[in-house]
Design a protein around this ligand. Structure first.
Ligand SMILES: Cc1cc2nc3c(=O)[nH]c(=O)nc-3n(C[C@H](O)[C@H](O)[C@H](O)COP(=O)(O)OP(=O)(O)OC[C@H]3O[C@@H](n4cnc5c(N)ncnc54)[C@H](O)[C@@H]3O)c2cc1C
Length: 478
């Protein structure tokens, strides 16, 4: 058995296999280190935006130091989980998977560290792990320093420098307040403004951390946070009025309170429904944008081209720069899997997904036996912890593997009709959601216009579907 990727998805898969007494698996990881998102993203200000007692593996509680853990603590947590379950010994690092192919009733896996064969493959390569920089003209000419937020270069000291950050999404919203006080001048290039809401963070006191060490209390806090966040689906899916009344008003109040300049406030006011793009939680972003050393360039003043010494804006201004930070996101929609996948009878996943990615329970695809995609199409849940969804997928994946083993079979494959039915249900349910009709264009949408990142409903509904395994929807064969 092979798990591709060693982030929380890969870790959850490994822990669940070990719980079942299955230990003949290997984790393949393309980086030279394990751990995924929080080991890779080291940019200043990096922190989770879902409360940590919920953004953690259910069976691995932790005595967090604050409600929204910062990256360093998430790194500690990641290492704690990896070491507790002995996952290092089972991982081959620097093994970039370049192709997988179904040959003679097994998967042949080509990597930069040689070939592997496995009966089952669990792909946990992450929804946001392949960074993207759009082709800005002249980018290669720039003689200053440039990097993507995903590959922050800490050997470069940005103190006292003139810096441009391109993009204004979740990572930029954390970087801007972290570096603004340190840099000489900060140019922020925003294509569309995001909705920003207050971040209800708090440090836990010593006795509160002790309480977090009591499993029953940890679970109770986790449950309370979970259901608190779950109510957001009512707005995202069922009631635009409730969404605007509860969330929209709160966000506009924050904007009014923190941005005094009406011109800047207008630039920062979104023209689409709140929730259509991921909502940013920050108490410090607006003050940093309004600081005297910051300049906000909106869509009317974007980047025309990059030059050797800086960039030229569409309004004709030349800005000299020391550092260009690309906060331009990830290949999250059409590129769910970045390597070629060849299934039964030569089926190509790129062709199956040529219009848009789709999968049964976001996990299984007809013609691709014994392959499971963690955080696959339509598994994203913008309002709660991605780890909750990963764990829901594990219910389905582990039952499928159990079925094969118990029936002394060799393969399991979802039936085409079942996958089609599931995908139709997902896109039918998506119709009224804010992600589909909230008036924005986001990374939740595929090039075809389908919303393929989100599950259109409560996360407990997704879990219920994943848990109630339907044997008739599958072909189990020897
Ligand atoms: C900056 C940032 C902030 C985020 N904040 C939140 C948040 O606040 N709340 C939330 O719920 N989610 C958040 N997410 C989403 C995050 O992706 C999930 O929470 C979670 O970490 C996903 O775990 P994963 O294991 O699926 O993916 P990852 O953690 O991305 O792990 C995937 C692993 O697979 C490896 N890999 C990829 N391709 C290959 C290959 N071809 N061969 C071998 N290995 C490969 C990668 O190197 C990586 O180690 C955030 C993501 C990012 C990038």
């Amino acid at each position: 058995m092979i798990i591709i990727g060693s982030g929380f998805g890969g870790q959850c898969a490994a822990i669940n296999l070990l719980k079942r007494g299955i230990d003949d698996f290997i984790i393949l990881e393309r980086r030279e280190f394990m751990g995924g998102t929080w080991m890779q993203n080291t940019y200043p200000g990096a922190a989770v935006d879902v409360q940590s007692p919920l953004y953690s593996i259910a069976s691995e509680p932790y005595q967090w130091s604050q409600m929204f853990a910062e990256r360093d603590e998430l790194e500690e947590y990641t290492k704690h989980v990896i070491d507790k379950h002995g996952l290092r010994e089972r991982t081959v690092t620097s093994a970039n998977v370049e192709k997988i192919e179904w040959v003679d009733n097994a998967w042949a896996i080509e990597t930069t560290k040689g070939e592997f064969r496995a009966q089952f493959v669990i792909n946990a390569t992450g929804p946001l792990s392949t960074p993207v920089i759009p082709p800005f003209p002249g980018r290669e000419k720039f003689r200053g320093k440039q990097f993507h937020t995903n590959d922050w270069d800490h050997t470069y000291d940005h103190t006292g420098k003139t810096v441009a950050i391109v993009g204004s999404g979740a990572s930029a919203a954390q970087i801007i307040p972290a570096i603004q006080p340190e840099v000489k001048q900060l140019h922020i290039f925003q294509r569309t403004p995001h909705w920003v809401m207050p971040r209800p963070d708090r440090k836990f006191t010593a006795w509160q951390r002790k309480l977090l060490g009591i499993t029953a209390i940890y679970r109770a806090i986790r449950t309370a946070i979970y259901f608190g966040l779950e109510t957001r689906i009512v707005g995202f899916k069922y009631s635009r009025t409730a969404l605007n009344f509860v969330a929209g008003r709160k966000a506009l109040k924050l904007l009014d309170r923190q941005i005094a300049d009406p011109v800047l406030r207008a630039k920062l006011t979104p023209d689409y429904t709140i929730g259509c793009k991921r909502i940013i939680l920050s108490n410090t972003l607006y003050p940093a944008i309004a600081a005297p050393n910051s300049t906000l360039h909106d869509k009317n003043d974007g980047i025309k081209e990059v030059t050797e010494t800086g960039l030229i804006t569409t309004s004709g201004e030349h800005i000299d720069l020391d550092l260009l930070v690309w906060s331009t996101g990830y290949d999250a929609t059409d590129g769910v899997i970045s390597y070629p996948v060849i299934g039964r009878d030569g089926a190509k996943l790129s062709e199956t997904w040529s219009e848009y990615p789709h999968a049964y329970i976001g996990t299984a695809i007809p013609s691709f036996p014994n392959l499971f995609i963690v955080t696959g199409p339509n598994t994203g849940i913008g309002h709660t912890s991605a780890i909750f969804v990963i764990e829901a997928q594990m219910e389905y994946i582990m039952t499928a593997i159990d079925k094969v083993r118990k029936q002394h079979a060799r393969t399991i494959e979802v039936r085409e009709a079942a996958e089609k039915r599931y995908t139709e249900m997902v896109h039918h349910e998506m119709e009224g959601t804010v992600w589909k009709s909230g008036g924005c264009h986001s990374w939740y949408q595929s090039k075809s216009g389908h919303v393929i990142a989100m599950f259109p409903g409560f996360s407990f509904t997704f879990r219920k579907i994943a848990k109630s395994f339907k044997e008739d929807d599958h072909l189990i064969a020897r």
